[in-house]
Every structure is written in C-alpha cells, then in structure tokens.
Write a protein that binds this ligand. Structure first.
Ligand SMILES: *Cc1c(COP(=O)(O)O)cnc(C)c1O
Ligand code: SF4
Length: 335
C-alpha cells in the first residue's frame, strides 16, 4: 500500500489537497449549466466549496438535482436570512471547555480534534463554528488529556470536529495513546465522514493504530444517501470492521436529497451491505444558511412510519433532534 517510505506524504493527503474547490470546476466536471446560480463570492469565502474528486465521480452528470451534488453545492438560497436559524444551532459554544472538550452528556466527552473536513457539507451545523478560537490543541494534546484524566465519570471519548480523520495518523496515534493511559476511559468513538468521502484515507497506517488500541472502538459514519456508497467505501468499511470496530451511521434528513421512503430504505440497505447499522436520523439543526434543507417534523414522522413498515427493525434509524440543554438527543416518537 502507500506506507512504504517513512517520510513520504500519504496518498490520501494528496487527494485531500486536490479536492475541487471552485463552483465553476464542479459544474464543468458534471456537465452542468455554468450559469447555475451560486452563493456570492463574499459569503462563499466564509465556508468554501470543497469536495474530493472521488465523491464527484459518484454524482450523476448533467443532473442538478443529484443528491450528492446538492449536499455540496453552495446554492444562492444560503444567503437568505430565516428567523429561527442562528449561528450556534445546538448551543455548543457555551459548553466548550479548555482542551476543545464539549461535555454535554453523562459519561461521554466530545473532543473537537480539528476544524478541518475532507468535504464541506452545506447543511453542516458547525459551518459557523469559530474553530480557531475553540481548537483544542494544535498537535499538543496535553490540556485535552489533563481534562479527561481529571474526570473519572468519562468512560467514552468521542473524537469529532470538523473531521478527526482529517488529522495525520501521527497526531491521532499520539492522542489515542494518551487516552489509553487514562484508566477510566473504555471507549473511543470517531465521528467521521472521511471513510465515505475519501475511502483512500483508510490506509495501513490508520488501521494499524486503530487495531492496536485497547479501547473499544465505535465508528459513527455519516452517509445521507445510498449513492454515496460504492465499492471503495464498502472495502474501507470492511477494513475498519476488521480492527474490531463497531460501525454505525448517522444521517441528516435533507429536503430534496433523502426525504423519501425510497431514499431512506436504499440508504439502510446500502449501509448493511457494508456492515454498518443505521444509528441516528437527525432533523436538521437550524443553522443559518441551511433553511432550504429543512424537512418538517410531521413529514419526518410519516417517513419513519413508512420506513419501519418496510424494513427490519435494526435497519430503522432513531429519529432525533438536538435540543440545547437536554441530557441526550431527543428521540421523536412517530405513531
Ligand atoms: C451527540 C453528542 C454526543 C453523543 O451522543 P450519543 O447519543 O451518545 O450518540 C456526545 N456529546 C455531544 C456534545 C454530542 O453532541
Ligand atoms: S464532514 Fe461533518 S463536520 Fe465536516 S462539513 Fe460535513 S457535516 Fe460538517
């Protein structure tokens, strides 16, 4: 594989650097109308377009409604100001502690390990997050580890971001070694979209430190549509499972992308082929610039009841909304 020369840059870092970053190039690659309205440049600068070429290759050419394209296309609708949609949709900012830690739920601490992502998803609730102020630790995890070691109620550490797998394996291995040295930490969870949007990232170096860890490993992927899953993603999932990790998925319910029973059913079916169980289906966090993706709660509940009538129970995700101040994600019942 790509782990031969000790000082060579891993292949995935080159792919990350080669991502598509301009609307014009994306439209050209997909044979789309070059005049398709996009977000104005000033706003786009704050949250740029970014999509790995391998993910673009899974989009249907010539189709401006393609469900993968819509997740990354900076539409002019993002400029609308909609009441109720703010910059800190889930109340994370006032929960952020030293070391980049967000400790909202009992037993689990979430670490903002990096602000970087392999892809910029237009609906992202962290799109306005002031990472440069918040950032844990620039390669030095001392403060983060000290905070986690000082609280014996923490059994599980969730690496999030951004996307933790945007970090180098050296940095991740160092952090995980530090976590392993804290006796009360039992589980390591990764919240990542990288194995889906850049499956090449799942290389020998990553698998190496993951497989060696004494911690129980849970990897929560983020796939919203069945068309995101191809043979390379399937293989990346198989490799991750071989390290002993449990694989789950969280999706966001997105208007025009996966808000149909057929799309949600296809998603669950594609996931289980990869050995991934659906975990959460999130209602959109109401973040500024993402209102055009919102699906109403009543619609979501109808979709859930139809889905549950067509799939085995283990392929039906939990419909949740994050409500600031609650002790857990809020499960939404459907009849
Ligand atoms: C969502 C979240 C978790 C994990 O919640 P689970 O219900 O265990 O998946 C933990 N910490 C924070 C801050 C979160 O937002
Ligand atoms: S990968 Fe995750 S954190 Fe990054 S932009 Fe997409 S949804 Fe947001």
């Amino acid at each position: 594989m790509d782990d031969g020369a000790p000082y060579s840059r891993p292949a995935w870092q080159q792919l990350l650097a080669d991502a598509v970053t301009t609307p014009a190039e994306l439209l050209t690659l997909l044979d789309l109308d070059p005049t398709l309205p996009a977000l104005d440049y000033a706003r786009l600068r704050g949250f740029p377009l970014r999509v790995p070429r391998g993910f673009v290759a899974r989009m249907r050419r010539g189709d401006p409604q393609d469900p993968l394209f819509l997740q990354v296309w900076p539409s002019s609708a993002e400029a609308q100001t909609v009441p109720g949609y703010g910059v800190d949709a889930v109340g994370d900012l006032n929960k952020l502690k030293a070391g980049g830690i967000i400790h909202k739920y009992q037993g689990r601490a979430l670490v903002i390990a990096t602000g970087a992502c392999a892809i910029n998803c237009r609906y992202c609730f962290r799109r306005h997050f002031p990472y440069s102020d918040a950032l844990a630790v620039r390669g030095q995890w001392r403060e983060t580890l000290a905070q986690l070691a000082a609280d014996p109620t923490i059994e599980e550490v969730i690496l999030s971001g951004g996307d933790p797998l945007a970090l180098s394996d050296d940095k991740l291995a160092a952090l995980v070694a530090g976590l392993e040295a804290i006796p009360h930490i039992q589980r390591l969870r990764l919240h990542t979209r990288v194995p889906v949007v850049l499956p090449e990232r799942v290389d020998a170096a990553l698998l190496g430190w993951l497989a060696q860890s004494r911690l129980q490993k849970v990897i929560v992927l983020h796939v919203n549509h069945g068309a995101e899953v191809d043979a390379a993603v399937n293989q990346a999932c198989a490799r991750l499972r071989n390290t002993g990790a449990t694989l789950l998925n969280q999706a966001v319910l997105l208007k025009g992308i996966n808000d149909s029973t057929a799309a949600l059913k296809l998603l669950s079916e594609k996931l289980i082929i990869c050995g991934v169980l659906p975990y959460y289906l999130h209602l959109l966090d109401r973040v500024q610039g993402a209102a055009h993706f919102d699906v109403e709660e009543v619609t979501a509940k109808v979709l859930m009841s139809q889905l549950s009538a067509q799939l085995p129970g283990y392929l039906v995700p939990r419909l949740v909304r994050e409500i600031p101040g609650e002790p857990a994600k809020t499960l939404l019942p459907w009849p």
